[in-house]
Design a binder for this molecule. Structure first.
Ligand code: NCD
Length: 334
């Protein structure tokens, strides 16, 4: 089945196979992912300094284009860019000229005319960052901050960093992703990253109504019961019910969903005793996770947030250095 990734993945690497844009995990190599994680590791320390800045993106301008609501992702992208010493523009789309009828292309051309070097894009439509990456001038990078149900590659990478910090390697790990897989761009990117990095088994646990068609072709084991799916896992990733994306009733009720799929201490006890609990946020307490688990000793949910800054610093600096390598090579030829 052809997917938008077939077109997307070649677009995001330059001729030296360096990241130029970061649009999807699909099509990247294990080495690309490990390079992102290793680079992010070097940025973690920057966040604990009293002066949390390095000059890697000094003089560069980053525009955050969030066409869909976000708190964590937008603010951690902003902090990441600022800690790299970039200038950051947060374009408020609801009050921008696109709401006065200006087309997206015209808005982008205007921002390019202001010499913006990087667009960070979140959009409700799958493929929107791809569309933007195809149309920008060669010196501009595009980072996908979540598009529709398609991909959320920086979230997947901050999750991989969190797993690596706690479990040290991916080989031998059993990871369960639980809940609304159907609407989740996060799950899609996580599944690709976990398989690429060599996790032993990626499981999805969900009712049939919250599974995408052809899920068995994603490289996962599918479970409809927590009792079986949670057994012996090393990592549990809970997902939010994406009610804003649901058309019609896919569930009897939230209470029923919590009873069957919500992460309670009882259900967590089925996993390995040292299993970690993750969630991309925002969490809905009492819907997909109970407070005792979300705030409990196995939860690494806030570590994920902290790691988001380091991963976003890594991806932004790698995309910028990919651009510089390409431009330098062009100048040498000219
Ligand atoms: C996720 C998203 O927007 O895809 N959140 C995030 O980026 N931290 C998941 C969600 O909204 O449930």
């Amino acid at each position: 089945m052809p997917s938008i990734d077939d077109e997307l993945s070649p677009l995001q690497l330059n001729r030296f196979q360096h990241l130029r844009h970061f649009l999807t995990i699909e099509g990247l190599s294990r080495k690309h992912l490990t390079d992102i994680l290793d680079t992010a590791d070097t940025f973690i320390e920057v966040g604990s300094r009293s002066i949390k800045k390095v000059p890697l993106l000094r003089g560069k301008t980053v525009a955050n284009l969030f066409f869909e609501a976000s708190t964590r992702t937008r603010t951690t992208f902003e902090l990441a860019a600022k800690r790299l010493s970039a200038d950051v523009l947060n374009i408020n789309i609801t009050t921008s000229a696109t709401s006065k009828g200006e087309s997206l292309s015209d808005m982008l051309r205007n921002l390019e005319a202001m010499a913006v070097d990087m667009f960070v894009v979140r959009h409700a439509q799958s493929g929107a960052p791809h569309f933007i990456a195809k149309s920008v001038t060669p010196r501009v990078s595009v980072i996908n901050a979540g598009d529709g149900r398609h991909a959320h590659p920086t979230q997947a990478m901050l999750d991989m960093l969190t797993i690596r910090q706690h479990k040290h390697k991916f080989e031998g790990l059993k990871v369960a992703i639980v809940g609304d897989i159907l609407h989740s761009r996060v799950a899609r990117s996580q599944i690709q990253a976990l398989n690429l990095l060599g996790a032993e088994e990626v499981r999805v646990i969900a009712p049939d109504t919250l599974l995408p068609p052809y899920v068995d072709q994603f490289g996962v084991k599918v479970f409809s019961s927590m009792k079986e799916g949670m057994r012996d896992v090393d990592v549990v990733i809970m997902l939010r019910l994406q009610k804003e994306r649901m058309e019609g009733a896919l569930l009897p009720s939230e209470q029923e969903f919590f009873r069957l799929y919500g992460l309670s201490q009882d259900k967590l006890a089925l996993a390995k005793p040292d299993a970690i609990v993750m969630h991309p946020g925002p969490i809905n307490r009492g819907v997909e996770i109970e407070s005792a688990v979300a705030d409990g000793p196995q939860s690494v949910i806030l570590n994920q947030v902290t790691n988001g800054i380091a991963v976003r610093m890594a991806v932004m600096s790698m995309a910028m250095s990919g651009q510089i390598a390409e431009l330098t090579a062009d100048e040498e030829v000219a």
